[in-house]
Design a protein around this ligand. Structure first.
Ligand code: APR
Ligand code: PHB
Length: 389
């Protein structure tokens, strides 16, 4: 088979890239290891930066988001009963959109189907060949048959555990990592959200987050040791711990109920440089991972697509390679800023095992400073709603 851009991975970054390229008349083939149902069954975050909303609209998947998404004009950072509102609208003139990543991925699959796009699921043993030549190709197995896909360029959108990053020779890669000594225990429940806006809570009992999907579907997280198992956490224990981290008045009025999804996710900051090797380009989680505290995971994947899609259109259509030659450097500049913000939010809001009382006081003082300083709130707001592309 032959195409112009072979895309490894049918998650949000692979689908968005394919959609934008197809809209510009560039042919793609998406190779996805899992079934579509499995891809869509993943529970992921749901806060979209203004830039991400604009990119999704440009890709033609803005309608349902506009109907069902919830614009949020602010969020709260709390320290026990101190509640600091970060008023995005007032501080930056912009807001964010609460719309689940699963919904974004569902909309992208529907749009690709409407385009008649080629998405091959259940592929195995994907191997990228000759990426450092002018004629790369991808080999894969589907329904027991070994196949070959010739292409002009390859986009590695296959996440942290994919094969694309590892296709770049180790001596050509530089990796930066910070693994945090705790995880997030997340619960989804058919209950009314604890608050109309997100609450990021720092407390003596550790970190908690009160988020939502819609007015009848809430998403909550509490900080847990990495050694904890989901089975050790009954719903009752979860609600008690969550309430102990949230401001008293919020905890007192919040609705609890049975969890419909419960899982523990580790927290890690990770970047692999460069994002390009020959005709292979890394996008999204294939190249970088952020802890979810800054809500940057999906937004950074979209940011990479923002820098890559026009560059690939120019290269395929006109042979102009200025864009693809600058892709890695341009995308990494924004990646590192989001890395810094996500690391800052994580260290500012989580309790670290073995930390001394001074460290705990520093977190309290940081939140107190936020409550006193409009400049500090504006800095946080600018990073949260998304720095310019
Ligand atoms: N071959 C084909 N497909 C693969 C392979 C492989 N060897 N390895 C992984 N994949 C697929 C996965 O099954 C997954 O559907 O690649 C896709 C990668 O999707 P994501 O992990 O969602 O990564 P990305 O599209 O970059 O989206 C980033 O996802 O994890 C969240 O927080 C993250 O929100 C961010 C977003
Ligand atoms: C979520 O709604 O799942 C969510 C929201 C904000 C975050 C992380 C997760 O920072």
């Amino acid at each position: 088979m032959k195409t112009e851009v072979a895309i490894i991975g049918g998650g949000p970054s692979g689908l968005l890239l394919s959609q934008l390229l197809n809209k510009a008349g560039v042919a793609t083939v998406v190779l996805e290891r899992a079934t579509r149902e499995h891809v869509l069954s993943r529970i992921r975050a749901g806060v979209l930066e203004a830039g991400t909303v604009a990119m999704l609209r440009e890709a033609g998947v803005g309608d349902r988001m506009a109907r069902e998404g919830i614009p949020h004009h602010g969020c709260y950072l709390t320290d026990d009963d101190l509640m600091v509102r970060i008023n995005f609208e007032e501080l930056t003139g912009t807001s964010v959109m609460v719309y689940g990543q699963t919904e974004v991925t569902t909309d992208l699959y529907a749009a690709q189907d409407a385009m008649g796009a080629t998405i091959i699921h259940d592929v195995e043993d994907v191997v990228i060949q000759d990426a450092d030549s002018s004629a790369p190709y991808v080999e894969y197995t589907v329904s027991g048959k070994r196949k070959r896909l010739d292409c002009a360029y390859v986009a590695g959108c296959d996440g942290f555990h994919g094969i694309s990053r590892k296709t770049i020779p180790e001596d050509k890669r530089r990796e930066f990592e910070r693994v945090y000594p705790f995880g997030w225990l997340g619960v989804l429940s058919r209950t009314r959200p604890a608050h109309e806006e997100l609450i990021y809570a720092n407390s003596a009992n550790g970190f908690a987050l009160a988020s939502m999907r819609n007015e009848n579907l809430s998403r909550y997280y509490v900080q847990v040791p990495l050694t904890d198992k989901v089975e050790e956490w009954s719903d009752a224990r979860f609600w008690t711990t969550l309430k102990s981290c949230l401001p008293t008045e919020v905890a007192a009025s919040m609705e609890t109920g049975p969890s419909i999804e419960k899982s523990i996710a580790p927290l890690r900051s990770f970047v692999s440089e460069p994002l390009r090797w020959g005709r292979l380009f890394l996008v999204g989680d294939a190249a970088h991972i952020v802890p979810p505290t800054g809500a940057k995971g999906l937004n950074l994947a979209v940011s990479d697509v923002h820098y890559l899609y026009q560059a690939l259109i120019d290269a395929v259509k006109t042979g102009d390679t200025k864009g693809i030659d600058a892709y890695s450097e341009r995308a990494l500049l924004r990646i590192w800023k989001a890395m810094r913000f996500s690391w800052q939010m994580t260290t500012m809001l989580h309790r670290f095992d073995g930390e001394d009382s001074f460290a705990a006081q520093m977190r309290k003082a940081t939140l107190y400073h936020l409550s006193q300083s409009e400049t500090a709130r504006r800095d946080l707001a600018e990073n949260y709603i998304g720095l310019p592309f």
